[in-house]
Design a protein around this ligand. Structure first.
Ligand code: ADP
Length: 741
């Protein structure tokens, strides 16, 4: 409005000055005409110096309001007529103009020569004052300006009303919308578009911006919701805690883990994490030290108290969140309850320790037993005197009893530790039964017990079992039947399919049977059910071991017995198809003794650091004069001998002072000169994993100490006689593994 007024004022001022100028020009022109006419009229009066006529003519000029003074003078400047004031006359005289105009402010002085007949007679001066006219003009213009300004103001006011309606209102509404959005953080609000001008475009742009913010806001909210749900429903415990030991935020899983009803409860109740939750507060210090130094802590394990005081093991991953200055604001991370894993680890550690203990016990007990039984057997074979014979038999019987005890205790321990390695595969029932019966025949004959199979052996019947362990169970049942049945009794085996796709094998005898009240304790370790009073030897471990073996193979064992009618033990295993191509069926070969009619010179190397074991084998080989025995007490020496001699067999102990037996075997199998020489491992370590490892490494057989002399010679004779390829039957638990190549 002010600008408008100023512009208007400028315009009016310019117009006014133009008008004033025009007025001045016009007045000058008018004055010139009047001056000329008056000068002409006065010419005669001037010639004749007629003052009255001149004064009358000049007085006539008074009718013109702008002419304030007039003077008529002669050529000698003598005044002839005048009107006006003295001041004005002085003004005319001071101007010194002889002809033409002189402008001074609002005044115009005209000097008009007075001539008559072309001769100048005097000068007429006219002084006009335009002040009054200018003032009138000014007033006129001022009035017009005022009116125009007023009209402009009214127009501007009227227009501004319109402007408010069309421009300001939408902008104010836009501002209102923006305020609503800001106040409520509600981005779904939209501004109403009222016109299609610039304000309309602004409204569209504003709404578009709101739509984008709304979309982003909704995406952010969804992401927040997602992370909130993850946080709240995570299985892992999540937390934020301060360095001084307070929880800032935890999720439900975290609270549950600690036994609190809600996150709020644990946050409010725990004010010092180190004291309240850490079993060992030094671990909290360690945690803080690690996170302060590295910024993160991974897989940090510690024991913590639950709300009810019980303990648990936690595994934590955390990081430090710092401010711009690097100061730690809080820690945040996740925790997992690893109590169960810790327990399993503890059990595994204990189990490993137990296995190592068993392995050591096995080794330590077998080594001296090897000497006892080995030399005992040698003495027995070298024709002892009548007095010595029963003593030697006592030594052997006690040694074998001890060996059986060790084997069974170790087997049971291994099963219970889950360390018994079974190789479950299709096994022919008839073959296995025949083998077991063959092995039992000498004992049965000794006790005058009739041993028979009650069914036709069908070579096509197979069960899923570990062959050796299955035979071990059968031998145990047969041994018991023969042991506990009085002389001239009968022991029979049979098998049939029991309809559940299982094969049930029974061993029945005509012995005293087992009283019903004792049946419940039958499979308990060291339970001999009164047999310890009798002269029947036993450990009370056979059935306990058999039961565990059957269960480990997925089978079952039981007994139908009612004293005094004899016992009927049974085992059941899942039936399976005959594998194709079938394994070479077992062919009975009598006692299995070697037919060594021909004497052949052979070379055998024995690598062993224990002197008594060396001596034992040397003495045993005295029975085989056709075999030359080379010995080495160190692995490297043994390897040298093996390279230098053409050997038929290598007997290898595992515990050597320089090289490990495994390494010796590996080198033997990697050298061209020794690769084909059969290696029989002789070790006190009877653990399945050990045997398995060595058999896989290329050992031909694995004999365990104490050696069974008969079995030892069987393996040696078969190997040396058949030129390194043989099928060796297992006649004793001392021969734990044979590679049939
Ligand atoms: P043992 O070494 O004493 O034979 P077992 O575990 O094999 O140990 O057997 C446990 C007990 O069960 C035996 O001591 C014996 O009393 C009884 N027993 C086992 N088999 C028979 C059987 N065929 N006839 C009678 N009693 C038996």
């Amino acid at each position: 409005m002010t600008i408008t007024a100023a512009v208007l004022l400028l315009a009016f001022a310019a117009l006014f000055y133009f008008q004033a100028y025009t007025l001045k020009q016009h007045s000058a022109h008018e004055l010139a005409v009047i001056g000329e006419l008056t000068a002409h009229e006065c010419a005669a009066a001037v010639r004749f110096k007629d003052e009255d006529a001149a004064t009358q003519i000049l007085t006539g000029l008074r009718t013109m309001p702008q002419i304030v003074s007039a003077r008529l003078e002669l050529l000698d400047k003598q005044r002839l007529a005048f009107f006006g004031s003295a001041r004005e006359e002085g003004e005319v005289e001071a101007a010194r103009v002889t002809s033409g105009f002189k402008f001074t402010g609002d005044r115009i002085l005209l000097a008009q020569p007075v001539t008559l007949s072309g001769v100048r007679e005097g000068t007429l001066y006219l002084l006009a004052d335009l002040h009054a006219t200018s003032s009138q003009l000014l007033k006129l213009y001022g009035g017009i300006f005022g009116l125009v300004l007023l009209a402009c103001l009214l127009l501007a006011f009227a227009l501004s009303g319109q402007f408010l309606r069309f421009v300001t209102d939408p902008i104010l509404r836009l501002a209102d919308t923006a305020r609503t959005v800001a106040d409520r953080s509600d981005y779904s609000v939209r501004a109403t578009k009222v016109c299609n001008d610039e304000v309309g475009l602004l409204t569209d742009a504003f709404n578009q911006m709101l739509a984008q913010i709304q979309a982003q806001d909704s995406a952010v909210r969804k992401a927040e919701e997602k992370y909130r749900l993850i946080f709240e429903n995570a299985i892992e415990g999540m937390f934020q805690s301060t360095p001084d030991g307070k929880y800032l935020n935890v999720n439900a899983a975290f609270a549950r883990m600690y036994g609190y009803d809600s996150p709020a409860e644990i946050i409010s109740q725990v004010s010092d994490i180190a004291q309240t939750t850490y079993v060992d507060s030094a671990r909290r210090e360690e945690f803080k030290r690690l996170i302060d130094t590295h910024g993160v802590v991974e897989l940090f394990e510690y024991e913590a108290y639950r709300k009810d005081g019980t303990k648990m093991w936690l595994c934590e991953n955390a990081r430090a969140v710092r401010d711009v200055t690097g100061a730690i604001l809080y820690y945040e991370g996740t925790v997992q309850d690893v109590t169960e894993r810790k327990r399993v680890e503890e059990v595994e550690r204990a189990s490993k320790a137990k296995t190592e203990f068993l392995s050591r016990v096995s080794h330590e007990l077998r080594t001296p037993l090897n000497a006892i039984l080995g030399f005992g057997q040698l003495l027995d074979r070298q024709g002892p005197t009548e007095t010595q014979r029963p003593r030697i038999r006592h030594i052997l019987s006690a040694g074998k009893h001890l060996l059986g005890l060790i084997n069974e205790v170790l087997d049971i321990s291994r099963i219970e530790a889950g360390k018994l390695h079974l190789s479950v595969e299709p096994v022919a029932v008839a073959d296995t039964l025949e083998e077991a019966l063959d092995l039992m025949r000498p004992l049965a004959a000794e006790r005058k017990i009739e041993l028979r199979a009650e069914v036709e052996m069908d070579a096509a019947v197979y069960v899923m079992a570990d062959r050796q362990r299955f035979k071990q169970v059968l031998l145990n049942l047969l041994t018991n039947a023969v042991k506990y049945t009085p002389e001239s009794g009968q022991v029979a085996v049979s098998y049939y399919s029991n309809g559940d796709n299982n094969i049930r094998i029974t061993v029945s005898d005509t012995g005293p049977g087992i009283p019903a009240e004792k049946l419940g304790r039958l499979f308990m370790p060291f339970e001999r059910l009164g047999a310890e009073q009798s002269n029947v030897e036993g450990t009370g471990l056979g059935l306990a071991l058999s039961q565990r073996l059957m269960h480990a193979m997925g089978g079952a064992i039981g007994v139908e017995s009612s004293a005094p009618r004899g016992s009927k033990f049974w085992v059941e295993l899942p039936r399976t198809e005959s594998p194709l191509p079938k394994a070479v069926p077992y062919k009975k070969n009598g006692s299995g003794r070697r037919e060594d009619s021909k004497v052949v010179t052979r070379k055998v190397l024995y690598i062993e650091d224990n002197l008594s074991n060396l001596t034992l084998i040397e003495e045993m080989f005295a029975e085989r004069p056709q075999i030359e025995l080379l010995t080495a007490m160190q692995g490297k020496v043994g390897l040298d001998l093996a390279r230098q001699h053409s050997l038929d067999l290598i007997l290898l102990d595992l515990h050597l002072p320089d090289l490990d037996g495994h390494e010796v075997l590996r080198q033997l199998k990697s050298l061209d000169t020794t690769r084909e020489v059969p290696v029989v491992v002789i070790s006190a370590d009877a653990t399945a994993s050990q045997i398995d490892r060595l058999m896989k490494a290329g050992a031909m057989a694995y004999l365990t100490k104490p050696l069974d002399v008969v079995e030892f010679f069987r393996v040696v004779d078969t190997t040396t006689a058949t030129g390194r390829t043989s099928t060796v039957q297992m006649h004793s638990p001392a021969v734990l593994a044979i590679n049939e190549n």
